[in-house]
Design a protein around this ligand. Sequence first.
Ligand code: PMP
Length: 427
Amino acid sequence: DRKDIHYFGAGPAPLPTEVLEEASKVLLNYEKKGIGITEISHRSPEANAILASTKSALRTLLSIPDSDGPDGYEILFLQGGGSGEFSATVYHMVSIWVAKQWKHIQNHSHIGVGEDVAIAALRDVVEEKMKLDYLVTGSWSLKASQEAARLVGEEKVNIVADARKHREGGKFGVVPAEDTFTATTDEADCAMTYYCDNETVDGVEFQAPPSGHNLVADMSSNFLSRPIDVKRHAAIFGGAQKNIGTTGVTLAIISKKFLPPHAEMADSKLLRKLGLPVGPVVLDWPTIAKNNSLYNTLPIFDVWIAGQVMERLISLHSDASSAIKGQEDESDKKAGMLYGALDGYPEIYSVVPDMSVRSRMNICVRVKGGHAEAEKAFLKGAEAKGLMGLKGHRSVGGVRISNYNAVPVAAAEKLTAYLEEFAKEQK
Ligand code: PMP
């Protein structure tokens, strides 16, 4: 039964039982309309209300600046997952960079210079100067940087830091010091600086946002687990299926400085002339923003779930502004308990990443230095106690404890007890 199982999978991940109970009702009959939530139009007043209240809850939780001016941030709901946003970020930030350069060239061209000459000048600027800076601290930022290379060419991707080169053994597990970063020297050449706030596969989490021009963050696996310095970012995105809701919807928070009318975008004809990619319209942030995330059919049930999860988080705390801090405290408490048990038995458990960058969300561990039989025995013993989803990512193996928001304190306590029991048995 559900109450006998504690699930620590990395995503999709557990959701609060109360939210799922309510979800099972609204699937059949939404607000006594005699029809279910997945059956109604995404343009109905009901759907609009769901969209508005979910946005508002997210704005409250993360203190997202709400203004029509350039200091405001737009909240978008998209499809295509975190991976879709790997591409969307490139399309968008490249388009903005190109539009800026194009304007500059046009403003400085002599009267009478033909468009072909101006475009040739722009092509030279793109070729010589444009860079996308990536901080590679784990498998997901690596994947994002590879997507950028696929779209715009490897020579335009500047790896600011490759964490594997900063560690003996060549594996991920550190965030390199900023004084080792090789960021693009001239900020004006840097279309974006990309980082992954929490590396789900490698268990590495940033303690604070890195420095970088036009900062873009993937927060798929630690969204809503601590306050965010939104204003430092051009864009933040994440799939919902870990801390926020069900698979099928992706959230993005975009600075209005990077959206029309405050920013100009390069048009598709110009990008094609330069040999730069033109992205699918469903990943185009300005289009999605202009249409209040309803450019095409939005899975409104997924948005509803996310809204319920957020409103529940708010309701569990005395005031909305302390809700995210409360969640952070709870995440710290659960992670502290689990790491404490692991550190208590160094001859049995070794935490993969360095102490200073340990993720509170994904706790990556080797049992007896990666001994296959011992790890198998660990997982088998856990399953017998209803502690599920603990197998490490297929690319790295080992054990991974995903400690997302909906993992109850009681589940972390039960797993902590098992960690101790298993270790004692091995001695
Ligand atoms: N970024 C991170 C940090 C992730 O953990 C994941 C998925 N586990 C992704 C991106 C990719 O997300 P999706 O599967 O939704 O495309």
